[in-house]
Design a protein around this ligand. Structure first.
Ligand code: ADP
Ligand code: MG
Length: 301
């Protein structure tokens, strides 16, 4: 790490001093994102009135879900993000996207195939850099970070869920999840303990020792969700997590993401084909030809 990789000042106040690693939670550039500062269930009582969406796919008469968490600081911030893939002609996958997502939001992204949804998610999650424009994750301007700091930032602040699950076949469900903490300086015993807690969170404790091939598609995606949340990231990004599932199982997965947002305050951005589900999310973005053409909520101003 060099000084050149220190993050620029974030939008929320000055940094308290030089951190050991710039992407550490609570270090410079991440005020308000120290562990435990994200909205938690205890804060739900203060949730804003009117923020409750109808429950997703629940049986009539089942207990109502908690209110959405109150919103926290901006965790994702794109300014004029452009992503052009080289070629003849070049592909303008993102054509100047401005977007702010605050801690505690649940955002659905819809749009036709090829409209730039995955590119947007990859740029938000620092898997890809924009050709021009600014990307801030948890207050850090990723343009100022080198590769090592970027992967550190990612491992601390971003959890990914993909359509293809990407579980390691030679490993149990529990170890797949524990793997999500490999680069977090957590010892093996604690990795397994936290993996067990995450597995419980997705209601799959009884599958801890199963290999991915012994799990159904829906169970695999639940393991992948547990892996994404085990490090308690600032934000979870899901790219068509239901794309390989039948529609009923897909709804169960989207319900689970909804509950994670409501109960744990997890910030989630999810790309989905399911317009019915998206319509019930607190915030919907519509992407067309590399641009956000509709944003149902102006709350993250
Ligand atoms: N690695 C790449 N190289 C070249 N073009 C790409 C690459 N990835 C995506 N594209 C193109 O960028 C556009 C947006 O793609 P993508 O973000 O995957 O859209 P979506 O997820 O909405 O289907 C499409 O035209 C696609 O063909
Ligand atoms: Mg895609």
């Amino acid at each position: 790490m060099t000084n050149a990789q220190q993050p620029a000042h974030p939008p929320q106040g000055p940094p308290p001093g030089p951190p050991a690693r710039p992407w550490d939670r609570g270090g410079a550039g991440a005020p308000g994102l120290t562990p435990g500062s994200a909205p938690r269930p205890s804060a739900l009582a203060q949730a804003q009135p009117g923020s409750q969406a109808p429950p997703l796919g629940r049986a009539p008469g089942s207990a109502p879900l908690p209110l959405r968490p109150p919103l926290g600081p901006v965790v994702l911030d794109l300014q004029d993000a452009v992503r052009t893939y080289p070629g003849d002609p070049p592909v303008e996958a993102l054509r100047g996207v401005n977007l702010r997502v605050r801690a505690g939001e649940l955002v659905a992204i819809v749009g036709p195939s090829g409209s730039g949804k995955s590119t947007l998610l990859h740029v938000l999650g620092t898997l890809d850099k924009p050709t021009s424009g600014i990307v801030r994750v948890a207050g850090f301007d990723i343009g100022t970070l080198g590769d090592q700091d970027l992967s550190g930032l990612r491992s601390q602040h971003v959890g990914f869920i993909f359509q293809q699950f990407y579980l390691i076949e030679g490993m149990s469900a529990l170890d797949n999840i524990a793997n999500g903490l490999l680069y977090r300086g957590v010892g093996p015993a604690q990795r397994r303990q936290r993996a067990g807690e995450a597995l419980e969170r997705v209601d799959l404790s009884h599958r801890a020792d199963h290999r991915p091939s012994k799990l159904s598609g829906g169970e695999r995606q639940r393991v992948a969700i547990a892996r994404a949340i085990v490090g308690r990231p600032s934000v979870v990004l899901a790219d068509e997590p239901t794309g390989n599932l039948d529609s009923k199982t897909g709804r169960v997965i989207l319900d689970l993401l909804d509950e994670l947002n409501r109960r744990d305050g997890t910030t989630i951005v999810v790309i989905t084909h399911d317009h019915q589900v998206a319509a019930r999310m607190p915030r919907r973005l519509e992407i067309l030809d590399g641009r956000i053409v509709r944003d149902s909520l102006a709350v993250a101003a």
